[in-house]
Design a protein around this ligand. Structure first.
Ligand code: NAD
Ligand code: UD1
Length: 329
């Protein structure tokens, strides 16, 4: 299939391009490079030895129609979006505009050009502070930040479009915590500035770029008091998109993409130290506002309906994250 990957130069998008190309699909990437570099596309080509057509374009601009005119698009994976929870509280309008308008512009182009396969990047954040493991049938709780609201709203918009047009097939993928990098070490997660997320913070402490990790709270009701999350290897997540695309049928389908395993902050630090033989200094500080104690997936639906299972464990996540960071300039 000819797949338009919006945000394909970003972290999850670039790894998904690798998985799509390896599965035999043709990939067209559109990205405004607001949080990524064109060089990443070159790395994806190098890894796969395949071509990619790249458009430097903003997905809120109706110019995206030209991509649909130029290519016979069979499906879209819509990654393009702003993703920082903290920043979304400071710049809500930027988040609502970018994330919602892009979803509507792409969906409108799909309607116009009769493209009926749509895969959307949602987040486990839409579950709020619910009972773990999170199941796709849960009612969505209001999230505590504009970023989370843009994901919940985009889910609703796409659901309503599918209600109105029975031919439209949508897969809403709720990601848990993607970490790690492609096994080649050529592409990975390279956040701008000081990382907000745990794994890139750990790798930068390991590189001695940052002095020590701050562990946000050790008084949660979890096995060791620190926050528990469902870390998933980025290539497993990428392969989840190929499975979702290949199994897409009419209507709306929601899938958790996680491993189903909860890992605490202290457990992740230990796993990283053991996998790479490097000490990660840390201190316990206050909780981070907005954090929940535990977040992990019920993965049975994705397993049963998509035949998708994760293949890589926490040691590989730590090893691959470090391999990328070590080489990254
Ligand atoms: P990322 O920032 O690395 O990638 C997003 C890409 O979209 C970037 O290349 C950026 O330049 C591009 N982009 C943003 N706005 C755009 C626009 N208007 N037009 C064109 N390109 C635009 O982030 P990521 O981690 O790869 O996340 C991809 C998607 O998955 C996002 O929608 C994010 O909200 C969602 N998501 C990410 C996580 C995570 O932990 N990384 C978790 C849940 C959901
Ligand atoms: C965060 C976002 C979530 C988003 C996800 C992936 C918040 C509140 N949530 O999730 O919406 O989908 O990123 O982008 O920001 N931790 C530390 N020290 C650090 C960093 C993190 O102890 O320096 C802890 C956190 O308290 C948490 C765990 O590590 O328990 C994971 O944090 P993080 O990587 O930021 O992901 P989430 O909070 O799960």
């Amino acid at each position: 299939m000819n797949i338009l990957v919006t945000g394909g130069a970003g972290y999850i998008g670039s790894h998904t391009c690798v998985a799509l190309l390896e599965a035999g699909h043709t990939v067209i990437v559109a990205d405004n490079l607001s949080n990524s570099k064109a060089a990443t596309i070159e790395k994806v080509k190098q890894i796969t030895n395949k071509e990619i057509t790249f458009y430097h374009m903003d997905m809120t601009d109706e110019l995206v129609n030209t991509i649909f005119s130029n290519h016979n698009i069979d499906g879209v994976i819509h990654f393009a979006g702003l993703k920082s929870v903290g920043e979304s509280a400071e710049k809500p309008l930027d988040y609502y505009y970018n994330n919602i308008v892009s979803t509507m512009v792409i969906a409108k182009a799909c309607q116009k050009f009769n493209v009926n396969r749509f895969v959307f990047s949602s987040s486990a954040t839409v579950y709020g502070d619910n009972k773990v493991p999170f199941v796709e049938t849960y009612d969505l709780l209001p999230t505590t930040n504009p970023y989370g609201e843009t994901k919940a709203m985009s889910e609703r918009i796409l659901t309503d479009i599918a209600m109105a047009n029975p031919a439209f097939s949508v897969s809403l993928l709720r990601y848990f915590n993607p970490v790690g990098a492609h096994e080649s070490g050529l592409i990975g997660e390279a956040p701008n500035g000081i990382p907000n997320n745990l794994m890139p913070y750990i790798t930068q402490v390991a590189k001695r770029k940052l002095e020590k990790l701050r562990v946000f709270g050790n008084d949660y009701i979890t096995m060791d008091g620190t926050g528990v999350r469902d870390y998933i290897h980025i290539m497993d997540l990428a392969e989840g998109h190929v499975a979702a695309l290949n199994n897409l049928t009419e209507g709306v389908h929601i899938y958790n993409l996680g491993t189903g395993q909860g890992t605490s902050v202290l457990e992740l630090i230990k796993a990283f130290e053991e996998a790479n033989g490097i000490e990660v200094p840390y201190e316990i500080v206050d909780r981070r506002p907005g954090d929940i104690a535990s977040c992990f997936a019920d993965t049975s639906k994705a397993r049963q309906e998509l035949g998708w299972i994760v293949k890589r464990d926490i040691t590989e996540m730590c090893r691959d994250a470090w391999r990328f960071e070590k080489n990254y300039k």
